[in-house]
Design a protein around this ligand. Structure first.
Ligand code: SF4
Length: 271
């Protein structure tokens, strides 16, 4: 598989690759970290119907599952110029909910694990419901896949379409490989009450990743201006391991929540 285009960020760290699959330009992001680690962020779907409020795919009415071979080819193509001795992190954090394409995603991770014991594997999930989340956690256990759970808030709020009260209990059993992702949106989920709800809901020692919001065209949300205050409240609880993520790839629209497949017929007026 060969990319149709490669867009490189101004700092040269991030590259967005576009590939033509089934009439769509599918995006893969690579990030070269300063600690000599390559992150390959790949999609599991073309479009996504899950409907998370602030995602660029929110309004999609269709979705197509990528096959194991398609995902594998995307990964191998986008990393092919990087020397083999560089540590890899293969991360299903591009477009799509991995639970909705679980068989193909597990087959892919099994293949990657069989080829390299040292490669790091990760995926991002909304959890859908506790039974599906439990299945995902069990099937990824032996493969040592890190789970990034899209938490964003512990208060009742319709940011995430699926919310199961049992999800946190299940995740807690796999605490060592789970990270809770909280994307802060201005005046939406960045208040004292939201921080406090996280303190009261997550167990001691949980890992939390705070990520900035990257606005995309048509979004009604903005990046929070209260990140420091929010993080301070969490830190003062002395309960969690907290990482504040600095966004990368923003100038090429390749940050979290900004990657999506492009329908070439619709985009170029051929439909
Ligand atoms: S965040 Fe992920 S699961 Fe949610 S709509 Fe976007 S692609 Fe789908």
């Amino acid at each position: 598989m060969k990319p149709i285009s490669i867009i490189i960020s101004k700092d040269g760290i991030s590259k967005k690759y576009r590939y033509l699959i089934r009439g769509y330009l599918v995006e893969v992001l690579t990030v070269m970290h300063t600690d000599n680690k390559l992150i390959v962020c790949f999609p599991t779907m073309i479009k996504c119907k899950v409907g998370c409020a602030f995602c660029v795919s929110t309004k999609s009415t269709m979705q197509l599952k990528l096959t194991t071979d398609e995902m594998y080819s995307l990964i191998r193509s986008s990393e092919k110029d990087i020397p083999e001795n560089i540590q890899r992190l293969y991360s299903a954090m591009g477009e799509g909910e991995p639970i909705n394409n679980l068989t193909n995603v597990i087959n892919l991770f099994t293949k990657l694990r069989n080829e390299s014991e040292s490669a790091k594997l990760a995926l991002s999930t909304t959890g859908i419901d506790h039974k599906k989340l439990n299945k995902l956690l069990l099937q990824t256990e032996k493969l040592n896949v890190k789970i990034q759970y899209s938490l964003h808030s512990c208060l009742p709020y319709d940011l995430m379409p699926y919310r199961s009260k049992h999800n946190l209990e299940i995740l807690n059993k796999h605490k060592l490989r789970v990270e809770y992702n909280v994307t802060l949106l201005n005046s939406i989920n960045d208040s004292y009450d939201h921080a406090n709800a996280i303190i009261n809901s997550l167990s001691e020692g949980s890992r939390i990743k705070i990520t900035p919001y990257n606005k995309h065209d048509g979004s009604k949300y903005d990046m929070s201006t209260k990140t420091n205050e929010f993080v301070d409240i969490l830190r003062k609880s002395n309960k969690f391991n907290i990482e504040v993520y600095q966004t990368q790839g923003q100038d090429i629209k390749a940050s979290c929540g900004q990657m999506t497949a492009i329908d070439i017929k619709e985009t170029y007026g051929l439909k």
